[in-house]
Design a protein. Structure first.
Length: 176
């Protein structure tokens, strides 16, 4: 991160619908979880202010709807991104395949220098798990900065995810 007193960071969460993008944001920003599913139409965002290594940081967390009808709008939401969180559901192999094949291509076509973190969400549903950690590591090794498993419901690894993001971004020049 640069030496400015306050820095703004745009993090864009992408992935299929119902993988938990909104829930991750709400858990991190408000420390809440709700079972009610309301799809994000187009995009939404939240802001989290914090201090990291003596710097004031403002995280703009952009939640991009996973529905196919909004795909042509993605490039507008991606503009100015400092980092992408590529979220999939650990209980749905299809969402993992789509993350690796479709969403990655969507990002890499225009933003191939921006860091990508692969997030396997719904870690709390261990008995329903369809994607193994070893497969995540193997299939994503060439295009992501790191992968992590989270649970927006229990909070497992949510704080750690954003701490690791800040540590990663600290090594990259961000801002004007």
């Amino acid at each position: 991160m640069n030496k400015f007193s306050e820095i703004a960071i745009k993090i864009v969460l992408v992935g299929d619908e119902e993988v938990g993008k909104t829930s991750i944001i709400i858990k991190y920003v408000k420390n809440r979880f709700t079972e009610d599913y309301k799809p994000t139409l187009g995009a939404d965002f939240a802001v989290k202010k914090l201090k990291f290594n003596e710097k004031k940081v403002k995280l703009y967390l952009w939640d991009i709807g996973g529905q196919k009808q909004f795909k042509n709008l993605h490039k507008y939401y991606y503009e100015g991104a400092n980092l992408f969180l590529l979220v999939f559901d650990l209980t749905s192999y299809k969402t993992f395949e789509n993350a690796i094949n479709i969403w990655t291509e969507d990002i890499k076509n225009n933003y191939d220098t921006i860091p990508i973190i692969l997030v396997g969400n719904k870690f709390d549903l261990e008995n329903e798990r369809q994607v193994l950690f070893e497969e995540i590591e193997k299939k994503s090794l060439n295009f992501i900065n790191f992968s992590i498993e989270t649970s927006a419901k229990t909070g497992h690894n949510i704080e750690n995810l954003f701490l690791r993001i800040l540590e990663l971004l600290e090594t990259i020049e961000i801002g004007p």
